[in-house]
Design a protein around this ligand. Structure first.
Ligand SMILES: [Zn+2]
Length: 296
């Protein structure tokens, strides 16, 4: 949330919508036409392979994007359509791409939300129907490439990253993004799991990250260490404010996120709530809803 700014014109020039850009001998990127305060320049779909392909995060169900992907695929066989998670900017394009290519949908599990309220409806793709779910460590292979699922719950409970050892790359979806910190929105988003999933990346030796939003991350360990530090800083801020008797989430957000784009206030509140739920589970704070205090 700290670096969350609308994309500059330069960024939009670096990220032309619908154009296939080779970024690695095995990886081509195609940007979807869905820029927003939550998606930066838009969702980046990745094609992996040179002959038979995998497609990672087909993005929104936008005919223009499916056409751009079909053009980039250029008649080659698609052996798998993979989704990192089922937010609406990632997985709805899987079904039309499957219809266009005949490829199976493989990857994250569908989500069964205990809370099927309006918020869940707004951000989750309820129509996602995978042909095969990948568990942690399971792989899909094609000529010259292997994609292995790395379970990384936190942003969502079903989030997977995909490792491509032939390139030393990790496709990080929304777990680690190149432009902003990730929103963790309870009840499906879970701060304790998110932090554990960041620690999990610190145990790996990936050379580069290709996130669904924003630039590639070229120094993964340094970057992830920064994200962990940022979350700990936010946690410290919350505890100081609660000690000073600020108790409601909106009031915490107002003090913690000075100068925030008002369109992002709701998302910031979700991440603050995720911290509070985590702190409550650890016995540090008490409360619920909008009213929180330090535990006695
Ligand atoms: Zn997401």
């Amino acid at each position: 949330m700290t670096r969350r700014q609308p994309p500059s014109r330069e960024a939009m020039n670096d990220f032309p919508t619908g154009v296939a850009i080779a970024i690695d001998p095995l990886v081509t990127r195609v940007l979807a036409p869905n820029p927003s305060p939550f998606t930066y320049t838009g969702t980046q779909t990745y094609l992996v392979g040179t002959t038979d392909l995998a497609v990672i995060d087909p993005g929104p169900d936008e005919p223009e994007h499916i056409e751009a992907l079909t053009a980039a695929i250029a008649g080659r066989k698609v052996v798998a359509i993979l989704c990192t998670h089922t937010h609406r900017d990632h997985s709805p394009g899987a079904a039309p791409l499957k219809a266009a290519t005949g490829a199976p949908i493989i990857g994250c599990a569908p989500l069964s939300l205990a809370d099927a309220g309006p918020r869940a409806d707004a951000s989750f793709d309820g129509n996602y129907a995978p042909d095969r779910v990948l568990g942690d460590g399971e792989s899909v292979t094609g000529p010259g490439w292997t994609l292995t699922a790395v379970a990384t719950p936190g942003h969502t409970s079903n989030h997977l990253c995909f490792a491509l050892p032939e390139s030393g790359a990790l496709f990080t979806g929304d777990h680690v993004m190149g432009w902003s910190t990730t929103v963790v929105s309870p009840p499906d988003g879970d701060m304790a799991e998110f932090m554990a999933s960041l620690d999990k990346l610190m145990q790996r030796e990936d050379r580069i990250y290709y996130p669904a939003h924003g630039e590639p991350v070229e120094k993964p360990h340094r970057f992830v260490r920064g994200l962990i530090g940022h979350r700990k800083q936010r946690e410290g801020q919350i505890l100081r404010l609660l000690k000073a008797d600020v108790q409601a989430v909106p009031a915490l957000v107002e003090r913690m996120y000075v100068g925030l784009d008002p369109r992002l206030t709701g998302a910031a509140g979700r991440s603050v709530l995720a911290h509070l739920i985590d702190l409550r589970a650890r016995g540090v704070v008490a409360g619920d809803g909008d009213n929180w205090r330090l535990a006695a």
